[in-house]
Write a protein that binds this ligand. Sequence first.
Ligand code: SAM
Ligand code: SF4
Length: 337
Amino acid sequence: MNATASPDMLALTDGHGRTASYLRISVTDRCDLRCSYCMAEIMRFMSHNDVLRLEEFYRLAALFIRHGVRKIRITGGEPLVRKNVMRLFEMLSVHLGNGDLDEVTVTTNGSQLSRYADALYGAGVRRINVSLDSLDADHYRTLTRHGDLRKVLTGIDRALQAGLKVKINAVAMRGRFEQDVGDLIRFAHGRAMDLTLIEEMPLGLVAHDRSRSFLSLASLEKDLGRRWTLTPVSASTGGPARYVRIDETGGKLGFIMPMSCNFCSTCNRIRLDCCGRLYTCMGNEGSVPLRAILRSTSSDDRLEAAIVEAVAQKPARHSFSVGNAVAIDRHMSVLGG
Ligand code: SAM
Ligand code: SF4
């Protein structure tokens, strides 16, 4: 398989003029935590046979790279609980080395980071996102249904020592989070890490009523603006987050508001779930199963045709709306954040 970018390859352009250059791969739907906004307490996970092997993920990734994908994020479930996951990072690192890829990143809950930080850096990863919603050990345990905050904090320290740039992600929810967010800001900015807040999205059935827990980041930003001096950062990151600088800390705070405001018009993302389904929009049910084609032939022609066709059909926008308990019958862990 030759993954070198070729000028005659079709770029992945959709019917609304957007080009897909950013691929997110969920390498497992399994996780060592059960965050209340993400999963139900008891989950049925995909069978091992249905989940792609690391070599299969790589074969697809290499195809996407040939079609112009420049950035890949490895996510899950918890990507760092996938057995031998470093093999995939190592295979992808070749494309960082030869300039076909700009970046390989990872989103993790941080529980295994102290074990993997050096290896990730060694495989060419330079930036990671760590999900952390509270700095109170008891509340963190409740929220994640058994997470150990100390492991995450140690993992973050190890990642910073390894030379990784760390961004903290936190899902905003009504109630306790509104008090805790100040500590998260001080913690992140005190270590020169950006913090991004994310609105809770109605993906999959969970134990609570999402219409009650939903906290609009537009209203939280107003509240934070009474406590801190927020100065808009004009430069766009190209992603869905909008950033402000907090004058008192000197750090950046991002807001991802899929529910309050729509950022679909500039979306350059496509996603592969752990079973090889290609989703061109996280907020729509539509997907194209690539696994059967992948396993039926060693030729890439049919895969390429399916991918080009799927991207061409990418929907104009997501279908979330506030008040839907479950807009999409799929947990975030299947497809990754
Ligand atoms: N396990 C890793 C982690 O937690 O970072 C990666 C996968 S997790 C599904 C990716 C991101 O999705 C995390 O930042 C998590 O907080 C976020 N997330 C999960 N469920 C969500 C939901 N219903 N709404 C908004 N964000 C969600
Ligand atoms: Fe696991 Fe990440 Fe979902 Fe939490 S948000 S349950 S860490 S996949």
